[in-house]
Write a protein that binds this ligand. Sequence first.
Ligand SMILES: *[C@@H]1O[C@H](CO)[C@@H](O)[C@H](O)[C@H]1NC(C)=O
Ligand SMILES: *[C@@H]1O[C@H](CO)[C@@H](O)[C@H](O)[C@H]1NC(C)=O
Ligand SMILES: *[C@@H]1O[C@H](CO)[C@@H](O)[C@H](O)[C@H]1NC(C)=O
Ligand SMILES: *[C@@H]1O[C@H](CO)[C@@H](O)[C@H](O)[C@H]1NC(C)=O
Ligand SMILES: *[C@@H]1O[C@H](CO)[C@@H](O)[C@H](O)[C@H]1NC(C)=O
Ligand SMILES: *[C@@H]1O[C@H](CO)[C@@H](O)[C@H](O)[C@H]1NC(C)=O
Length: 935
Amino acid sequence: MIDNRRLFARHYRAKRSPLQSENGSFQFDWVPAWENMGSFWLFALVVAAALTGIAGASLIYDLNGNWTIIRADGDYIIGRVPGGIYTDLMNAGVIDDVFFGYNDNSSRWIGRRNWTYCTAVELNETIKAYQQRNIVFEGLDTYADVYLNGIRIGSSNNMFVRYVFDVRDALEVGKNNITVVFRSPIEAALELYQKQLERYRVPQECPNDVYNGECHVNMLRKMQASFSWDWGPAFPSVGIWKDTYIEAFNVALMRDLVTHVVEKDDTTWSFYADIYFEAGGTDTVTGTVLLTIKLDSSTMQWRKDVNATRNGYGELVWNTTLTIPKNQAKFWWPNGYGSQNLYEFTVDFQRLPDEEPQTRTIKVGFRTVELVQDNLDDGATFYFKVNGVPIFAKGSNEIPISILPERGTDPQAARTLLQQAKEVHMNMLRVWGGGVYESDEFYQAADELGIMIWQDFMFACSMYPVNDEYLESVKTEVNLNLKRIYSHPSIVVYAGNNENEGALADNWYDTSENYSLYKRDYVTLYIDTVKAEFDKVTKGRGIFVSSSPSNGKQAQADGWVSKSPGSSKYGDVHYYNYLTDAWSTTTYPVPRFCSEYGYQSFPFQSSWLTTTNNITELYINGKFMSYRQHHPLGNAEMDLLILENLNLPSFDSVNYTRGIFYLSQVLQSQAIRIETEHYRRYRSYLNENGEGYTMGALYWQLNDVWVAPTWSSIDFTGRWKMLHYFAKDMFSPVIITAHIDWQPSGHVKVYTVNDQLSVLENVTLVTKVFKYDSPDFQPMNENRTLLTLAPACSELRDTIKIDEYLSSYNCGSLQTADQNCFFYFELEKDGSPISPSNYIFPVKLKYSNLSSPDVKVSSVKKTGTRVFEIVVTSTNIALFVWLDSQDVRGRFSKNGFLLVQPTRTLWFYSDQEDVQADQLQRSLDLTHLKDSKWS
Ligand SMILES: *[C@@H]1O[C@H](CO)[C@@H](O)[C@H](O)[C@H]1NC(C)=O
Ligand SMILES: *[C@@H]1O[C@H](CO)[C@@H](O)[C@H](O)[C@H]1NC(C)=O
Ligand SMILES: *[C@@H]1O[C@H](CO)[C@@H](O)[C@H](O)[C@H]1NC(C)=O
Ligand SMILES: *[C@@H]1O[C@H](CO)[C@@H](O)[C@H](O)[C@H]1NC(C)=O
Ligand SMILES: *[C@@H]1O[C@H](CO)[C@@H](O)[C@H](O)[C@H]1NC(C)=O
Ligand SMILES: *[C@@H]1O[C@H](CO)[C@@H](O)[C@H](O)[C@H]1NC(C)=O
């Protein structure tokens, strides 16, 4: 939702006048007062108001731009608004790139200082012509006192809310000095912690030592990850991180617009719109509104009398319900199900024909969403139905776009990230509760790309205070953020917090001695405050779960803190396990919906070299690599998980570290692929324990906030890890997938999963058996079966007794431990693949006798402005063939693949246009599992 109030004058000029009806337009509820108004007259008035600032239109005075930042010692630099202290200090050359080397550590002093931002504003007489004059900060991070001409006009304690300070009397004609004094967030948190401790402790006090973090972030309404996380550094930011302006008006401003679409009946939508006004102390606002919605082949308009009055909560609001014929608007669909139809909805408001015209345009989508929790014999389902269609949620978890809030608002960064989610067939992302409510542009991009959003409220992995001041602040936060984002069709569910129910139920923070106290606080915060405010703003129409994860409706039945919030029978689960074989499906639970699961990996060397110039620092067990690993014992866990299935590089190899980088990504990509396919296979099945009907797989985590070993699939430099390439395969609408069932004896079970809504007939399942060292890439056997794939389901297709089957194809035997073949599956229709190929290794690769092929890039050709054709050749079957374009930025059509033919052609899409083929060829680094560099 774009706040275009400031641009209203321009919009009025550019737009067709609301009084002219287009062909086929509808006009409803005609209000005579408007009839006499010529459109030219309206046009002239608004332009005049904009040019001369005469009363009649509101005035916006932009305060974005350069501000002076004063240090305690009086020294100053020039900074930016919107912005933040780290970016300002970097731009001023005071500190180096904070993401480089140990610079997060050497910049820790920044979070321990107070910082003063100030600016001078020259205002003329015009400002006095308005009855209302406010200074508006869309975002202050976090503890600040705000002064105007030396007079304190207000303070802030929540980075997620908009502050509107009434400066009717303090604003002067002539020069005005606006000063914002930010308190060190570390100091503020400590002070609040000590105050809280006088009553009782509210843990978690401090992060684990290896995070190099700061303490007591749970005392602040601030991005929780800004004091460090297990995947990120501590940058306790301060700054004016969103737009800032003076607004002057006479009576009323439209402040927020909230819409909600529900299916009224078979032929019509009910379209609810709530318009919230800002009007100083006034208790009613009257005027006229013209509501316009541009539909497929028509434009519908309604004129209505507005009489906004204070609701029970003191908000000045007016609401209306519009009826829209279904045949005038197409559904909005998630990615993979149809197009993302969006329609422009415009509200033109005037108090009287000549007073304070304002306009606001948003894009709305017509869709229904249900969170289905139907009872099963044991437990209940948990899945989303959009427009009546059950959707298997495929995707990941998003952490803040930047750990510096001022950079996270970059619209291009948001769009690029979401685009990359769409490219790999994701249809849902969770905005995780330790970050920020993302920018308007983020949700706008999600609307346009069909990425459903699971939106957490910003509480994560901690207990939280519940004193009056805190709850009041949370209420405002929930209220304002909902009003800002609720109209986006992409957002399908809101969750009270991240993992705090689990933390309480499983005593993560030593709360069990006082369980009833913390439980009461839990309910007070997430139910009586967050949910209550949610229900109020959404009028009970929104979808809310108490925690991510939770037992869904059963959580409520359990009094909001379930004995085992991670139950596989209800709601969603988070699942992590670094102690058992990550490539075996027996490791994984069978939940209704898995909203977090993951494994760490290292970024590749080319990414690491953006954070250090000293290649020696990249020694895996050295100081720097340990410093960047925030997950306790993370590097050792990765070694052990690799060792479960693969061999580690020999320790004296000069390429030991690069080998570990590569192997960690093989480990991660295959683990997540195997786990994800496991969840997808369970879409249509229940096991003997009543578990299954799994309908969601959101792995942890999509993106990164620095170069470090983390769970991400896209690293900090934007380079895709091997996992992101495999995400495209495992999330494909149609997949062929297999797992081994060892009970009672080894069987390969082969499934097809079809997420599409149409039946697929005449599909051929090709099952091949390859020997790892089969000469000439010839399969030992090839079997073809004709299938019909039913829509929206997974189906068991074949059960192959491994030993019997393979021994008949000269593969050796499991019993004698010389079995040396693997299964390779393809789905074809009319001779073309309709899904990614897939494979299963009956014997762990470390026990298999793999060949050591010679794999090469044999040619690179430029075939388009940014497109290159790359041919890879091999002397034998090669596993997990990986290409890195190193210093040429871009993406491959496929990477990390199994090469089961002597040549394979792929494509590279470079980010820049001026790249030449020879330059790309020189940059390409190719490796595979049996690369002599480390095997
Ligand atoms: C920051 O300001 C607060 C209150 O204004 C003061 O108590 C504190 O000593 C200051 N901290 C530093 C590091 O200057
Ligand atoms: C504004 O006020 C602050 C604090 O009183 C002062 O330090 C600063 O110099 C003033 N700036 C201007 C431009 O007058
Ligand atoms: C007064 O300030 C407004 C807002 O900056 C500006 O548009 C207008 O031109 C100014 N008027 C005069 C008379 O300078
Ligand atoms: C607006 O509504 C209030 C409260 O219902 C009523 O008292 C007032 O007369 C109405 N004003 C107009 C102009 O309709
Ligand atoms: C306005 O909202 C109230 C409260 O939800 C509802 O009862 C009323 O019907 C709504 N009015 C219109 C015109 O939609
Ligand atoms: C590079 O890093 C290594 C290991 O930390 C260190 O011993 C060496 O002095 C560094 N070299 C330079 C030039 O900084």
